[in-house]
Design a protein around this ligand. Structure first.
Ligand code: NAD
Length: 308
């Protein structure tokens, strides 16, 4: 499905595997009218822009170029996918020191030219770096979003679909919390057409472990993950630009939410032209609540080590 949107500019900072695939996805789906690629490695951004531009005769009329931070001026959305990615065996938190450092410069450069757009963070550890982006940009929290557990929830829905032989698009199921090792599956909310789904203990273990460890498995097999995250970012961009009010498990600032405050975590949120319009008021209890709070505490202890 292609959906031509009103005049809109998306800037992508970091045009490695995730950034370039996201650009290509937005291009193929004709989501935006202008796409700008920025990378510390200028040749990389230039090469990707040339390669994609040569495909324009086969697609719609997106204007795409390798640019610089001054192009952020008219951006509706600035996606950050710059920085180190996990090597085999590394956790997302292992990337924090390396990636927090580059965010200082990236956010400074964005706010020099733009104070009205939406910052959408994909770089890992995504929840902490979205929080860092909030603190460093001075933007209101509804305009600083992390991709959160949208990808994890897609993996979860896919695997439930496989187990139940149902199209994953018809499955409602959520992963919340950290996009990482402490993420929380909400088995209590998994349903099809409002009917609760039943799982054996074996099914639960297989589905959740395969969800949580998906990135490790893919990175071991081919070095990086980028197709599904590109589609997840496309989904968020589309909800923003189409002002469609979709409920997406993005990472957003939580205050007084199931016992946690002042932290970014993935939870079901309504996304529209304003960014995160509203965080849905999940009432967690028992093990799900405990695990969610554990996820928050883990990230908080990592944030304490940063100079914010
Ligand atoms: N949020 C998610 O669900 C999700 C999924 C997959 C990957 N990721 C994360 O996305 C990030 C990018 O992954 P990748 O596989 O594309 O990595 P990559 O190494 O292929 O690309 C990273 C790019 O960032 C550029 N870069 C580095 N420092 C920069 C700076 N200061 N300014 C501009 N560009 C800079 C590099 O030149 C490179 O082109 C990683 O942190 C990875 O863990 C997140």
């Amino acid at each position: 499905m292609t959906t031509q949107l009103r005049s809109s500019r998306v800037v992508i900072i970091g045009t490695g595997a995730v950034g370039a695939t996201t650009a290509y996805t937005l291009l193929l789906r004709e989501r935006v009218s202008e796409l700008v690629l920025i990378d510390a490695n200028k040749d990389r951004a230039l090469g990707e822009a040339l390669d994609m531009n040569h495909g324009l005769p086969f697609t719609g009329g997106v204007k795409l170029w390798a640019g610089d931070y001054s192009d952020c001026k008219d951006a509706d959305i600035i996606i950050i996918a710059a920085g180190a990615s996990q090597a085999p065996g590394e956790t997302r938190i292992d990337l924090l020191k390396r990636n927090a450092g580059i965010f200082d410069t990236i956010i400074k450069n964005i706010v020099k030219y733009n104070n009205h757009g939406i910052i959408l963070v994909a770089t890992n550890p995504v929840d902490i770096l979205a929080y860092v982006s909030l603190k460093k940009s001075g933007f209101p929290s509804h305009r600083v979003i992390g991709s959160g557990t949208l990808l994890d929830s897609a993996r979860f829905r896919y695997l439930i679909g496989q187990a139940k032989q149902i199209n994953p698009r018809s499955i409602h199921a959520h992963i919340i919390g950290e996009h990482g090792d402490t993420e929380v599956p909400l088995w209590s909310l998994a349903n099809v057409a409002g009917i609760d789904l039943e799982f054996t203990e074996e099914e639960r273990t297989h589905i959740f472990n395969s969800t949580k460890n998906a990135a490790y498995e893919i990175i071991n097999a081919k070095g990086a993950t980028f197709y599904a995250i590109a589609l997840a970012l496309d989904r968020i961009v589309t909800s923003i630009l189409q002002d469609d009010g979709s409920v997406l498990n993005v990472s957003t600032l939580l205050q007084d939410y199931n016992g946690v405050s002042d932290i970014y975590l993935g939870v079901p949120s309504i996304v529209d032209r304003t960014g995160v319009r509203e965080v849905l008021d999940l009432k967690l209890s028992g093990e799900e609540l405990e695990k969610f709070q554990h996820s928050a505490n883990k990230l908080k202890s990592e944030i304490k080590k940063l100079d914010l």
